[in-house]
Design a protein around this ligand. Structure first.
Ligand SMILES: Nc1ncnc2c1ncn2[C@@H]1O[C@H](COP(=O)(O)OP(=O)(O)OP(=O)(O)O)[C@@H](O)[C@H]1O
Ligand SMILES: [Mg+2]
Length: 275
């Protein structure tokens, strides 16, 4: 098993007291595609960040299990985490513009990412960079390699980030709203690319998104989160017919690329869900 999360609790200590944010989440992931959906603030990103030990200092965390490939993340040192983060597990974030260096060409940044993990000469790295750009289906990889980040579109920037992330051959890919800064058609293309790469390379995927239909299309299983808990976990193919009233509410209230609506109803919440 790649990821095992059991009874994960995350909360924040402040002058006014303790605020729980994640309240007993359990999830497992093998070489498969797991989607996490749920409204803003439901604890999706915190759960993913806990797995990479990327939580702010004032965070309190406890879990019966929190492991990556059997490694206990709770007790792992920063040095051990650096062997996992960006190497065995890649992170793709919302907006690539903040992650690319504006004063370096795209090719040199991808080459650097490759060389950090694989070694070799600068020339080999430059060649590998063009190959990686090709793998993320950039049509003119040499031209893009010579460009600076501001010269490419958001979708292209996201492809470059994915190419960099692929350099160390990670086993797990965590994508937290990887496409929400992009327009609709580009979003679908990037998700299709992620899905293809994950399947081809036999990686595990943790895909966090607001878009339920999109996630059900690209994942195998989906966990639906609400107020720090997993409300239900369903096969992706069954998401659109899920029975939990919160999931039904989400499905009705959320706009989707695949099923656009003119007007969205308002989600009603049942206090029972919090019990
Ligand atoms: N550093 C922090 N200090 C205090 N509270 C925080 C902190 N980070 C997150 N939270 C709270 O924890 C809850 C869960 O946050 P999280 O980022 O996991 O939500 P999310 O499901 O990813 O939402 P979104 O869809 O908006 O990204 C939120 O209510 C948020 O306000
Ligand atoms: Mg988030």
């Amino acid at each position: 098993m790649l990821v095992d999360i059991q009874n994960l609790h995350i909360g924040f200590e402040s002058r006014t007291g303790f605020t729980p944010a994640v309240k007993g989440v359990s999830l497992t992931l093998g070489t498969e595609k797991l989607g996490i959906v749920g409204e803003s603030g439901s604890g999706k990103s915190l759960t993913a960040r806990a797995l990479m030990k990327l939580l702010p200092k004032q965070t309190r965390i406890s879990a019966d299990a929190l492991t990556f490939d059997g490694i206990d993340i709770m007790s792992a040192s920063e040095r051990e985490m650096r062997q996992i983060r960006g190497k065995r597990a890649g992170f793709i974030l919302q907006d690539p513009k903040y992650s690319l260096n504006p004063v370096k060409t795209i090719g040199s940044q991808v080459a650097e990412a490759w060389r950090t993990h694989k070694g070799g000469s600068k020339r080999q790295a430059a060649e590998a960079a063009v190959m990686l750009l090709e793998q993320v289906k950039i049509r003119d990889p040499k031209k893009v390699a010579a460009s600076y980040p501001h010269q490419v579109s958001g979708g292209m920037g996201q492809r470059v980030m994915i190419a960099m992330m692929l350099a160390p051959d990670p086993e797990l890919l965590i994508a937290d709203e990887p496409t929400s800064a992009l327009d609709a058609t580009v979003q679908a293309e990037i998700l299709r690319l992620i899905e293809e790469l994950v399947s081809e390379r036999g990686m595990g995927l943790l895909l966090i998104s607001h878009d339920l239909p999109l996630v059900s299309h690209f994942c195998d299983r989906v966990a639906v989160m609400y107020a720090g808990r997993v409300m239900e976990e369903v096969k992706a193919s069954e998401l659109l017919s899920a029975q939990h009233p919160y999931t039904r509410g989400l499905l009705n209230c959320m706009p989707s690329l695949l099923h656009p609506k003119d007007r969205l109803p308002v989600l009603t919440r049942d206090p029972e869900w919090l019990k």
